[in-house]
Design a protein around this ligand. Structure first.
Ligand SMILES: *[C@@H]1O[C@H](CO)[C@@H](O)[C@H](O)[C@H]1NC(C)=O
Ligand SMILES: *[C@@H]1O[C@H](CO)[C@@H](O)[C@H](O)[C@H]1NC(C)=O
Ligand SMILES: *[C@@H]1O[C@H](CO)[C@@H](O)[C@H](O)[C@H]1NC(C)=O
Ligand SMILES: *[C@@H]1O[C@H](CO)[C@@H](O)[C@H](O)[C@H]1NC(C)=O
Ligand SMILES: *[C@@H]1O[C@H](CO)[C@@H](O)[C@H](O)[C@H]1NC(C)=O
Ligand SMILES: *[C@@H]1O[C@H](CO)[C@@H](O)[C@H](O)[C@H]1NC(C)=O
Ligand SMILES: *[C@@H]1O[C@H](CO)[C@@H](O)[C@H](O)[C@H]1NC(C)=O
Ligand SMILES: *[C@@H]1O[C@H](CO)[C@@H](O)[C@H](O)[C@H]1NC(C)=O
Length: 635
């Protein structure tokens, strides 16, 4: 039987800075790069980064009723960023509606409901595209734009005039209002013409878009259910553009300026996780996302290193340093004096966005020798340009020795539940010397140490488990205790489309119509919604034990977070330093070690709130594999 004390007697002797701000340990990461942006309905909507005249270039598109389609290298493309067009030829002798369709994201896997296109009669969709006739004709007809089932049942349909005299690109848009909400998401977006009337015509198309309403109605915005789930965690920051999405190669590196402005001016790029990024979620959309979610960006700049191992030599860094400075100016600069800030203003946001932290590269411990000069020149120039900002180094802390001395480091760790519990005291021994830490990526990914770095099939968890989430929570009690030096923390990765993923587990999974918060999501949420303003020193948990806690307070409550990583329940006695109300609440997440929330069992483990009886001294039993917050009102 275990008995733990939280007592006033230890306030003075705790080996910790007393009363440090707990409010800075926060929760959400932008390592969303492992999954498709959850906002797009059409896949391959602009034929970005594909090779024209190949079958592969047509992925996600198919002909309807004998329409002949191909992706061409257009001699008159819609923009220099989008060189490819979809060309439709309607053969002679056809009848009925002829054209093409898009299956949405991950059509191959959308049965029973992995992805594809959700059709919801409560929504009005906005469908748009560009078209032109490569050769003028006398044709006058209509495009029929529709949402329909894979079997051809039409749920929403609208027409747009089509004129053969239109030889310059023209953008057209139409609202689509479905009449029903089918449960299946195996649906298509189609564009067709009357085959008998249009036979023999050839038409080019570019930059399709189909949007349902978005979170806070933001243009190019987020899917409402996904964004709302994240918002309900009350994240304080978002790390962007993804952790590991700055570039596998120099040529494919993320460049902020290729992601802003009109969608037709965004070329897209091969992202770091093996699929093409549309960059429809560009730097400005990221900033609006932060604004709409009431969180701050932690923004990375590309710093001369690509994950293929190539580091730029020192004498070639200058233009990239300038590009990083331009990126920061786009976010915070003064439109009156800076052209990139003026670009931001012209795009609708003259006010600077809030920005405190800029991360110089990503995981530069992979190339630590070259980071010595890259950090020196990037951090040196950025600090000179923006003395008000704080720059985060991404090598191992103090290895190698960097100059200027980093004031912030970003630590990443993917490990077992046992490792996380054993490292609950990781930061306690760090000197308090002006260096601050960002636990930028962490997650339990396996229960078997030998499988940590293997492929997913070799033993990564598919979804977070209760045992893993309890291990993370044990570690997080240590982050909270050390929140005088750990200024931010975020589980990673954040999002996973269950129809197509590169890495497991992830905090939140989703498919075309549902969102599945994991056990680790609820742990992040419990910690985030119950941050104190002060950390209260208490008797410390036992090193390598099974029970971990941290105690904070705000103006009205004592907030006690407890993780029990053991397979048996743990009775605890609390002696509080303040009198508290007779009744408080316990919000408890617990379940069997291997319990997960998954698409087939989404609510296996959810937090349960109950009233508990308190006192200056009270007993509480933490269930096996549990994470909980006890709230006691100070009287
Ligand atoms: C419709 O979507 C299905 C997948 O759900 C796909 O197999 C089919 O090719 C699509 N058809 C069209 C015309 O896009
Ligand atoms: C629909 O999309 C088009 C193209 O992006 C845009 O110009 C138009 O304003 C949108 N309409 C609505 C109602 O949002
Ligand atoms: C972005 O800016 C860099 C220079 O900083 C330039 O080389 C590149 O062409 C620009 N990309 C786009 C798409 O504008
Ligand atoms: C700025 O970068 C240039 C080019 O890499 C370098 O020569 C210079 O020393 C840097 N300046 C500072 C203040 O770090
Ligand atoms: C701060 O402390 C760490 C060890 O915790 C040490 O390695 C580092 O050099 C110190 N930094 C400064 C600026 O003294
Ligand atoms: C851990 O994984 C390795 C490699 O897959 C396997 O051989 C071993 O039996 C596993 N150990 C446990 C305890 O599951
Ligand atoms: C905790 O356990 C780990 C792994 O067995 C061991 O390396 C470490 O020394 C232990 N820590 C303490 C304080 O006992
Ligand atoms: C807490 O539990 C201990 C051990 O069972 C018991 O002696 C004590 O009276 C309990 N305290 C309260 C306040 O119930």
């Amino acid at each position: 039987m275990l008995s733990r004390l939280v007592s006033r007697g230890l306030l003075a002797s705790a080996a910790l800075a007393s009363c440090v701000a707990a409010s800075t340990v926060v929760t959400v990461s932008g390592t969303a790069s492992h999954t498709i942006p959850p906002l797009l309905l059409l896949q391959n909507r602009a034929f970005q980064q594909v090779t024209a005249d190949t079958t592969a270039a047509l992925y996600a598109w198919s002909a309807v009723n004998g329409g002949e389609i191909s992706v061409i290298a257009d001699p008159s493309p819609v923009s220099s960023a989008l060189p490819n067009s979809l060309q439709l030829t309607i053969p002679q002798g056809t009848s009925g509606q002829v054209g093409f369709g898009n299956e949405g994201y991950y059509g191959m896997s959308c049965l029973p409901r992995a992805s594809c296109i959700q059709v919801n009669s409560e929504w009005t969709y906005n469908a748009s595209f560009y078209y032109k006739f490569p050769a003028a004709s006398s044709f006058e007809g209509t495009f029929t734009v529709a949402l329909q089932s894979a079997e051809g049942q039409v749920y929403a349909s609208a027409t747009i005039p089509a004129s053969g005299s239109q030889t310059a690109w023209k953008q057209v848009a139409v609202p689509l209002k479905p009449t029903t909400s089918p449960t299946s998401t195996a649906n298509n977006f189609t564009v067709t013409l009357n085959g008998a009337e249009a036979a023999g015509q050839t038409i080019d198309f570019a930059m399709f878009s189909l949007f349902p309403p978005t979170f806070k109605n933001r243009a190019n915005g987020m899917r409402i259910d996904v964004a709302t789930t994240l918002y309900e965690m009350r994240p304080s920051f978002f790390r962007l553009p993804g952790g590991n999405n700055l570039g596998q190669t120099w040529a494919t590196r993320w460049q902020w300026n290729a992601t802003v402005g009109a969608l037709v001016d965004r070329p897209g790029r091969m992202g770091d996780w093996g699929y093409i990024n549309t960059d429809g979620l560009g730097l400005l959309e990221y900033m609006y996302w932060c604004e709409d979610m009431e969180m701050e960006p932690i923004m990375a700049v590309w710093a001369g290193y690509s994950l293929d191992g190539e580091s730029l030599p020192e004498d070639e860094l200058a233009p990239y340093i300038q590009q990083a400075i331009d990126q920061v100016n786009f976010v915070i600069g003064d439109p009156a004096t800076n052209e990139w800030a003026a670009l931001r203003a012209s795009l609708g946001h003259p006010e600077p966005f809030p920005l405190t932290y800029v991360e110089v590269g990503n995981e530069d411990f992979f190339a630590s020798e070259s980071y010595i000069y890259r950090w020196r020149d990037f951090a040196g120039n950025l600090t000179a340009a923006f003395p008000q900002l704080r720059f985060i180094a991404t090598s191992y802390p103090f290895d190698p020795i960097l100059d200027p001395v980093p004031q912030q480091y970003d630590n990443h760790v993917y490990q077992t539940p046992t490792w996380f519990a054993e490292n609950a005291f990781y930061y306690d021994s760090f000197e308090r010397n002006g260096t601050y830490y960002f636990e930028g990526e962490y997650a339990v990914i396996s229960t078997n140490e030998t499988n940590l770095y293997g492929t997913i099939a070799e033993g990564h968890l598919m979804y977070p488990t209760m045992e893993g989430s309890a291990g993370e929570a044990a570690f997080m009690t240590g982050l909270e205790r050390n929140s005088d030096i750990v200024f931010a923390a975020s589980y990673a990765p954040l999002l996973m489309n269950v129809g197509n993923y590169q890495w497991t587990p992830n905090l939140v999974a989703f498919d075309a119509s549902e969102v599945y918060p994991s056990t680790s999501y609820y742990v992040q949420q419990l910690f985030s919604l119950n941050r104190g303003t002060e950390y209260l020193p208490s008797t410390l948990p036992t090193y390598n034990g099974t029970l971990y806690w941290s105690v904070t307070r705000d103006a009205t409550n004592i907030l006690i977070k407890i993780s029990n990583t053991d397979s048996v329940a743990a009775p605890i006695t609390f002696n509080l330093p303040f009198p508290v109300a007779t009744y408080g609440t316990a919000t408890v997440l617990s379940g069997p070690a291997t319990a997960s929330n998954s698409p087939s069992a989404p609510n296996t483990v959810v937090p349960v709130k109950s009233t508990i009886t308190l006192g200056r001294s009270f007993n509480y039993t933490a269930p096996a594999y549990s994470v909980q917050v006890l709230t006691a009102t100070i009287v």
